[in-house]
Write a protein that binds this ligand. Structure first.
Ligand SMILES: [Zn+2]
Length: 353
């Protein structure tokens, strides 16, 4: 099952664009229902042309259109819960016609950026080990959102409302970081990199992390089941087994459409504040990784989990490898029996006093 199938099957909250935040603010739900009854959203070819014209007014927008033409991806309007999505299997970009033109211009840039990423390298393969999957999954979202900020910046003179709209979303941290760096350095590439690295601290990140972790856990359990049933062993052992150097991920994704690298240092991507999941996500992950490790004789380090940080709500951190190993110990039936015996002995001692 690919990550896209997984998202489809479970109808998880994603395929969102940079402007998903607006949904959470209360006005979205009723308006959507009302709109559905009152008016049909505009799905006309004229509107699509209007959006393309909005893109053609900036460099990033023009390059977005050029790439779309080159790749031959279809772009359509499709009523949905999200702002838009890109489907690699169908080479298709879809936009939600219920959204405003400003929202859709930005979504257009975001989703086509995913199509471009897909043309460079697979980003969410079930063959990737959890560390690589998380680094790469975070990187493609951060990069697509940074492309939006770049577009909004280029449109500031002619369409300042796009930048202003961005500043009102939960993605505002990125445009704010962009501005600050641009003022310090006068360099848009450094500003774009700074925006990208601030994606990791947005309130939307945990949602993506949960999707990734749910998927990885499911792949882990499926691989273990296949091994146990002695089915498609070759496929099973290819799952979660591939590690890609974070430098390669950086070099592949973090360049503009002209091929100019705007971020080449991989270290920030592996910092504990960025390559991070929370303790609930770590439990979900552990539940899939433990049967996998047992079936294939692998350690948590083999999965790259020593590079992933688990952060508890109270702020303590530990390596995900340690988390998984200690969860494995605790849930091992042998240890459970032993700890029950210890508990019994302890209770018996207490009674004696
Ligand atoms: Zn995206």
């Amino acid at each position: 099952m690919t990550y896209e199938d997984f998202l489809d099957a479970d109808s998880v909250k994603h395929f969102e664009s940079g402007l998903q935040a607006k949904k959470g603010k209360g006005k979205g739900k009723n308006k959507g229902v009302k709109q559905a009854f009152e008016s049909k959203p505009d799905m006309s070819p004229e509107r699509m042309e209007r959006l393309k014209k909005m893109l053609s007014e900036s460099k990033t927008g023009r390059q977005t259109l050029e790439f779309l033409a080159e790749k031959g991806s279809d772009i359509i309007f499709e009523p949905m819960k999200y702002y838009g999505y890109f489907s690699p299997d169908n080479n298709l970009v879809a936009l939600n016609p219920a959204k405003s033109d400003e929202d859709l211009a930005i979504t257009f840039v975001h989703e086509v950026r995913h199509a471009w990423q897909d043309s460079q390298m697979e980003s969410t393969s079930p063959e990737y080990n959890p560390k690589t999957f998380l680094v790469s999954g975070f990187a493609i979202e951060a990069d697509a959102c940074a492309a939006e900020v770049m577009y909004a910046h280029e449109m500031r003179e002619t369409h300042p409302e796009i930048w202003e709209a961005h500043q009102k979303t939960r993605y505002a941290g990125m445009s704010t970081a962009f501005d600050k760096k641009l003022q310090e350095t006068g360099d848009v590439n450094q500003a774009r990199a700074e925006a990208l690295l601030n994606w990791y601290y947005l309130p939307v990140k945990p949602g993506y992390t949960s999707d990734y972790v749910d998927y990885l856990s499911q792949v882990g359990r499926e691989a273990a089941d296949m091994k146990e049933a002695n089915e498609s062993i070759e496929t099973a052992s290819s799952l979660l087994s591939k590690e890609i150097d974070t430098q390669v991920i950086c070099d592949t994704f973090f360049k503009d459409y002209d091929g100019k690298q705007f971020l080449s240092d991989p270290k920030p991507l592996e910092e504990s504040s960025r390559l991070q999941i929370d303790n609930n996500q770590a439990y979900v992950l552990a539940k899939g990784m433990i049967p996998y490790m047992k079936a294939f004789g692998k350690s948590a380090e083999d999965l790259g989990l020593d590079k992933v940080t688990v952060k508890y709500s109270l702020g303590t951190e530990m390596s995900c490898a340690r988390f998984v190993e200690s969860y494995k110990e605790r849930t091992d039936p042998k240890n459970q029996a032993a700890s029950k015996a210890a508990l019994k002995a302890f209770a018996g001692r207490n009674q004696g006093r």
